[in-house]
Design a protein around this ligand. Structure first.
Ligand code: GLY
Length: 372
């Protein structure tokens, strides 16, 4: 079985991402080598704990480490002040010290929350990400964005705090529902669209095999992590290029807000639809060819994914209200919304120069198709 290593190259804080079926078994030996006390504090959720915590704790034990797990409720509501407080106090109860290692074992919610708790505990302790969802393996566990949600919006409270190691065990993805797997895929195909046309072509052929074929899955996760690692190494704190990772996200955040962050639209599904809308907008502005948005949607259809507003169940607000929600996105700088547009598949760029009436036209047409 292939196991790949991608390195996130940051001065004094470089770390490896290990990718492959079974890399969970590296947790004990690698964490034992990192030093600190022989006791590991694990933050996880009920779903992951029910399926995998025994495997992780047995593995740590075999490496001479004791461990204790804080098992939190699953779901976005856990990324909140009350659960942050509970997590930090539990870590203090566990007597986690400056040199110790905290393990975030779960999807994006657990990674963001535990990473943020690690960033503020004793002014920062090391943490290891063991992501268990496809979305977390290719996006949220890599790059050091940590945080919680506020009543004002998602991810508004947080810190950049890089993990010391990421273990992406691609076999753990076998236990995901098909919907969660495909939602995570929204972040995978984003990488092809934003910066690697050859990877997008590979995905067009091979991505339908990802749920059942481990080699395809390992390659897709590895290429995604390589692209993210390169971008983060160039621009850790999102002064420039890192914003490319937000392709599709401005549309996505408006749609998530419009659907109440509910089960009607998962984040990765919103990213996929958002990427299609970003390409539609780019085509209407004459930046990319008319065929590109059709190709993006055709691939989403091949994957059995949501590809347009018509695929979101229930009513949506009108285009003006959606535009208003886009304006509340945290990518607004000096009152101007920054978009990620594309000159073609694999060639995205950041711009503030997107006429509101073009975006409105794209949304109007998508809503007319939905409501027509
Ligand atoms: N998820 C986008 C980023 O890490 O920058």
């Amino acid at each position: 079985m292939t196991i790949n290593t991608v390195t996130v190259d940051l001065p004094g804080r470089s770390y490896d991402i290990r990718i492959g079926a079974g890399v969970l078994a590296e947790a004990g030996p690698r964490i034992a080598k990192m030093g600190g006390r022989k006791h590991v504090a694990i933050v996880t959720d009920e779903n992951v704990a029910a399926l995998h915590i025994k495997t992780l704790q047995d593995n740590l034990h075999a490496a001479g480490l004791t461990s204790e797990a804080l098992i939190l409720p699953p779901g976005e509501a856990t990324k909140s002040w009350p659960h942050l407080e509970r997590t930090v106090e539990w870590l203090l109860d566990q007597k986690v010290e400056r040199g110790d290692v905290v393990v975030a074992f779960g999807g994006g919610v657990i990674g963001d929350l535990a990473g943020f708790a690690a960033s503020i505990l004793r002014r920062g302790v090391r943490f290891v990400q063991i992501p268990t969802s496809l979305l977390a393996q290719v996006d949220s566990s890599v790059g050091g964005k940590t945080g919680i949600n506020a009543p004002h919006g998602k991810n508004l409270i947080g810190a950049f705090h890089q993990p010391s190691l990421v273990l992406c065990d691609t076999a753990l993805l076998d236990t995901l529902t098909s919907r969660d797997f495909l939602a995570g895929y929204g972040e995978v195909f984003k990488y092809g669209l934003l910066g690697d046309a050859a990877f997008f072509e590979w995905l067009e052929v091979n991505a339908p095999r990802m749920p059942t074929n481990m080699d395809a899955r390992v390659h897709a996760v590895t290429r995604s992590c390589q692209m993210k690692a390169d971008i983060v190494a160039r621009d850790e704190t999102e002064q420039g290029d890192r914003a490319l990772l937000n392709l599709g996200h401005t549309f996505c955040h408006a749609l998530e807000a419009a659907t109440g962050y509910s089960d009607r639209l998962l984040h990765g599904e919103g990213v996929a639809i958002g990427c299609a809308l970003a390409f539609e907008t780019s085509a209407r502005m004459g930046l990319c060819s008319q065929e590109d948005p059709s190709r993006v949607r055709a691939h989403l259809a091949d994957m059995g994914m949501k590809k347009d507003l018509v695929d979101i169940p229930g009513d949506l607000p009108d285009a003006a209200a959606l535009l208003d929600l886009m304006g509340q996105d945290k990518k607004v700088v000096d009152g101007t919304l920054r978009f990620i547009m594309a000159r073609g598949i694999g060639d995205a760029f950041v711009t503030s120069d997107v006429p509101g009436d073009v975006v409105r036209g794209v949304l109007d047409d998508a809503l007319a198709h939905k409501n027509g």
